[in-house]
Design a protein around this ligand. Structure first.
Ligand code: NAD
Length: 482
């Protein structure tokens, strides 16, 4: 199963190469691609950051990152040495001139040049500008932009305009790492490579959709950043929106970047304004010996939400009348992300066991235990008569792939290799991001203008009480977070 798509020789520059994301995800991920044989001879990775480090000192930090974040079974001393040998470093100041001529001198002709902006978003514009000014980027260069992409429509638009001064849309790769997850891509395969689901994939047969991204961690350590963001900006406008788009979009004519992104954009544009009564915001309280949100945010009066649940309607032919319930939060009972598609009742039951009946649900689990479950009704085995019971048709990817499951690339590794291949399918286009902010802005303004406080919820719970009511009042229930 382990097939590796060949890519061209590249120079990949990681701005923010000494940062947390580079250490935890980017370098360990690149090492795994190297190990898998996907990094052509002669390809290089150049760390660029403010710290005044020698190449040897920077290489030592990468070695430590691999040691800490790559599983033991994937560590091979000789491969690590060879990988480290591909790494360079340049000390650079995004806001000044220092280091840029050095970087210019390192660039080679006739290789793919990619620049990963793994730095605070305030520096995105500066780096784009410097790359241009110093003649470091050519017409084939690609830039990779981390999240957050703006904090509202105006700032996202401004950022798009800044990047557009020096790069075409085809050169800009806006990362949403959710799109790099194996299960998320599999969602498209399941929808569009099977005849089974698509005929039922509409309001006529689907009662509702639930999208849940639950975390157990709080915002400790990043409180100052998070307090200006909140769950709506940090998770819903980007990650949950992308998941919603992949479920709700029309079949693209081809699995091709603009065909897919055109269909996603149409979904975002068809979203209704969300009514205030269909929004529940929460903030985790202290409990179980742990601090509450306000201690982490360091603002005792913070009104930022660490949890949000929303009921969303899509006004188009396919989805009219089928609500999408979205929820995401921190300090919840379990770390679990899933999409659950609940189908309607059969039109007529021939069985007496009405209580035994449950809806068909297609559950797509993003984490943990990536896989899919189709909840089906069958006859309860045994002599008890025609009694119904629900069982899962279970497809855990780890089982399907056997020993190769370990080799499934992590979202970041896959996405970085897509950049090198020049494939934008799994990256957000500028108009998509703006449309998502255009939808989110009035929702956020609604509570900011009224100074609304989120409802407290206990750490380790499944969120605020009112979130349960959001579904109860429609005669529905959230799935358990576990
Ligand atoms: P970080 O603060 O750990 O690292 C920042 C990096 O930027 C450092 O390498 C630093 O040297 C460099 N830098 C700062 N100022 C600079 C300047 N003037 N010139 C050149 N380099 C400079 O940040 P991080 O957590 O690694 O995040 C990087 C980006 O990734 C941010 O946009 C963040 O929002 C995004 N992101 C991070 C995570 C994560 O888990 N850490 C997750 C998703 C997105």
């Amino acid at each position: 199963v382990s097939r590796v798509i060949p890519v061209d020789t590249f120079d990949l520059v990681i701005f923010g190469g000494t940062g947390d994301l580079a250490r935890r995800k980017i370098f360990p991920g690149l090492y795994r691609r190297f190990l898998a044989g996907q990094m052509p001879e002669g390809s290089r990775i150049i760390g660029a950051a403010r710290a005044d480090l020698t190449e040897a000192a920077f290489r030592a930090t990468v070695r430590e990152a691999i040691d800490e974040f790559v599983p033991e079974a994937r560590k091979d001393a000789a491969v690590i040495d060879a990988f480290i040998g591909r790494i360079g470093y340049v000390s650079i100041d995004a806001k000044g001139t220092g280091g840029w001529p050095d970087l210019r001198a390192m660039m080679r002709e006739n290789v793919v040049r990619a620049f990963y902006f793994s730095v605070a978003p305030v520096l995105f514009g500066d780096i784009a500008e410097r790359l241009h000014e110093h003649g470091i980027a050519d017409a084939w260069s690609r830039i990779v932009v981390e999240k957050p992409f703006g904090r509202d429509l105006a700032s996202a638009r401004a950022l798009n305009e800044t990047l557009a001064k020096h790069f075409t849309e085809a050169q800009i790769y806006r990362i949403d790492h959710y799109l790099g997850k194996e299960t998320v891509q599999n969602l498209m395969a399941v929808r569009f490579a099977n005849i089974l689901f698509e005929p039922l994939w509409k309001a006529e047969y689907i009662d509702h959709v639930q999208i849940t991204v639950a975390e157990t961690v709080g915002v400790e350590g990043r409180g100052a950043y998070y307090d200006k963001s909140g769950a709506m900006r940090d998770m819903v406008q980007n990650h949950l929106m992308q998941l919603l788009c992949l479920i709700a979009m029309e079949p693209p004519y081809h699995f091709d970047p603009d065909a897919v992104r055109d269909e996603k954009l149409k979904v975002i544009r068809a979203l209704d304004a969300v009514k205030p009564e269909d929004i529940v915001r929460g903030q985790y309280l202290a409990g179980g010996g742990q601090e509450g949100y306000v201690a982490h945010s360091e603002n005792p009066a913070s009104k930022t939400e660490s949890y949000i649940a929303l009921k969303v309607h899509i006004s188009n032919w396919r989805w009219k009348g089928t609500p999408f319930y979205l929820r995401t939060g921190k300090r919840l009972r379990a770390r679990a992300s899933e999409i659950a598609i609940t189908f309607k009742e059969p039109p007529h039951s021939i069985f007496d066991d009405a209580e035994g009946w449950r809806e068909n649900v297609l559950v797509i689990r993003l984490q943990p235990n990536e896989g899919m479950n189709l909840m089906m009704m069958i006859k309860e085995p045994g002599p008890g008569g025609m009694r119904l019971m629900q069982v899962p048709l279970d497809m855990a990817f780890a089982d399907a792939l056997g020993a190769d499951a370990e080799d499934i690339p992590d979202a970041y590794e896959r996405l970085i290799m897509d950049v090198i291949r020049g494939n934008q399918t799994l990256f957000m286009r500028g108009d998509e991001v703006e449309a998502a902010w255009a939808w989110a802005d009035p929702i956020i303004q609604g509570w900011e203008e009224r100074g609304m406080k989120p409802q407290g919820y206990d750490p380790g719970s499944s969120g605020p009480e009112d979130a349960l009511m959001l579904m109860h009042k429609d005669g529905r229930r959230w799935r358990e977070i576990r």
